[in-house]
Write a protein that binds this ligand. Structure first.
Ligand code: PGA
Length: 242
């Protein structure tokens, strides 16, 4: 039913190889039940081990630097991620924006580099609680889209709408609210570049085993970006099989 939906697991700074290996092995043992496409974004340290072992799984990274190489202590380039069989890269996650002060200028460069490296960017946008309370969500998202998405691009991108107040809080917007925002995002990105017409818009923030079913049933939600629940094998594998 949901074959065209995309589920992205954002493991954040969790799992050593041993647990990750068990997780992926169990997922593949149930592959006949899986109905949705999925991507796993593990910590960078274990991507190569996992991608060499589990060739049927698509892996993504949680961030990258915008330069190919150079004096950037502690950073990893998109080029290096490509080299360890990554296909996707999350950019602009609110935790990167908050803890690493990533602004539109940096994210625009990352976006360009990821596309030039032929990786698929999963660009996260979303408002904080005060912006929502003031009724400024759409303006806020507009800036996040206009300042980062390239005007001349024909390569695939994915957008994840993740309201900051929903991440890890147990609270989510209603389906109608997500629907309205997704339509708005679609309208804006199509104005930026007509080739973004088919861009998948995922929802993320406190997705769990129960609410995911409602999200996935909705035609206007193209998939999910899942944090906490993606670490729980039982919950995650159920979501993949809805
Ligand atoms: P959560 O995180 O599912 O734990 O709310 C989502 C995210 O940060 O991508």
């Amino acid at each position: 039913m949901n074959k065209d939906k995309l589920i992205v697991a954002n493991w954040k700074m969790n799992f050593l190889y041993k647990d990750a290996f068990k997780f992926c092995k169990k997922i593949l043992s149930k592959k006949k039940l899986i109905k949705n496409n999925f991507v796993i974004c593990p910590p960078t340290t274990i991507i190569l081990q996992l991608s060499s072992k589990f060739r049927e799984i698509n892996f993504g990274a949680q961030d990258c630097h915008y330069e190919k190489s150079g004096s950037y202590t502690g950073d990893i380039s998109a080029f290096m991620l490509k080299n360890i069989n990554c296909k996707y890269v999350i950019i602009g996650h609110s935790e990167r924006r908050k803890y690493h002060y990533e602004d539109h200028i940096i994210l625009k460069k990352k976006m360009e580099t990821v596309l030039n490296t032929s990786l698929i960017p999963i660009y996260c946008i979303g408002e904080d609680v005060n912006t929502k309370k003031k009724g400024n969500t759409k303006d806020y998202l507009l800036k996040q889209l206009l300042n980062v998405l390239p005007k001349k691009n024909k390569k695939k991108i994915i957008i994840a709408y993740e309201p900051i107040w929903a991440i890890g809080s147990g609270i989510t917007p209603t389906i109608d609210e997500i629907w309205e925002i997704n339509l708005y995002i679609k309208k804006i990105i199509t104005k930026i570049n007509l080739s973004y017409k088919k861009t998948a818009i995922l929802y993320g923030g406190s997705v769990n085993k129960d609410n995911s079913l409602f999200f996935l049933k909705n035609n206007n939600i193209d998939g999910l970006l899942i944090g906490g629940t993606s670490l729980n094998y039982n919950a995650f594998s159920s979501i993949l099989s809805y």
